[in-house]
Write a protein that binds this ligand. Sequence first.
Ligand SMILES: NC(=O)c1ccc[n+]([C@@H]2O[C@H](COP(=O)([O-])OP(=O)(O)OC[C@H]3O[C@@H](n4cnc5c(N)ncnc54)[C@H](OP(=O)(O)O)[C@@H]3O)[C@@H](O)[C@H]2O)c1
Length: 298
Amino acid sequence: MKILITGAKGQLGSELEKVLTEKKCSIGAIGKDYDNCDYLTLGSTDLDITDFEKAKEILEVNKPDIVINCAAYTNVDECESNPEKAMAVNAVGAKNLAVICQGINSKLVHISTDYVFDGESESPYCEWDLCNPKTIYGKSKLLGERYVREFAKKYFIIRTSWLYGKNGKNFVKTIIDLGKKKNKIEVVNDQIGNPTNVNDLAYHILDIATTEDYGIYNCVGEGCCSWFDLAAKIVDYADLSCKVAPVTTLEYQKIDFRAAKRPRNSSLCNLMLKVCKKNRMRRWEETLKDFVLDAIKK
Ligand SMILES: NC(=O)c1ccc[n+]([C@@H]2O[C@H](COP(=O)([O-])OP(=O)(O)OC[C@H]3O[C@@H](n4cnc5c(N)ncnc54)[C@H](OP(=O)(O)O)[C@@H]3O)[C@@H](O)[C@H]2O)c1
């Protein structure tokens, strides 16, 4: 079996590479199908998904059985001021891969986001819920999903949220750093989501990818919380003396104006994972604790 990963230098892409090398995640060993698999990890300079001709050439030469698209323009605020780039990478890039995968009969695993929802629901979103993105990032990711569904037959769309992992910038690492330097930090308590450890996500991506259970899956840490709850837990697990204070989004915007309005409640429910696969996503607190204890050792 041959796997090709795009956006491989990012947070999720690099974790997938690590997991494929070690053949295991914190949840457990990855499937036997991966024992003798070849994998090709390509960063944005090796494979630019917006360049259809080059991408086609690379994929046609390598003929992967599975393409995992981790490439995306993920800066939610920057997307507001650069919609052309958001459209090019998140929508057209996804379409390019869908068309090419269909042509070479490869499966396509495409990663998407909770930001395809407007966040106005009182309960977590299931796969069947109506999308209504409010940000340019969310709109471009939703169009990417639609293109994947339209142009690829063998697709998996995996929606995830609030990612953190060892590589790259993320909220968990930022709070650990701030918590070491500051006496007090203020964090919004009126935006709800699911913190998701990329290692747990990688396990499920690889678990789903070898099946033929195509379709849309939510894949997030079990349970939801606010950014404030998350920051408070990080500081607690890291045993830092910094005080975490809750603020509203409105109050926070006065301190740090950000271009994109975040969904109020973008939490997801892992319904398809429960129905079609074994949902082994761990509670967000459990997997966060492992991550924080490991991070502060270094
Ligand atoms: N991070 C989150 O909290 C979060 C939440 C929900 C969903 N997701 C989704 O999860 C997936 C992985 O996210 P992540 O956190 O791993 O993102 P990330 O760390 O920002 O990685 C994305 C990677 O994509 C690459 N890339 C950008 N434009 C590209 C292009 N035209 N061609 C090829 N590669 C390109 C970037 O490379 P350069 O740096 O060189 O541009 C980067 O290495 C994305 O689909 C994202 O939308 C993320």
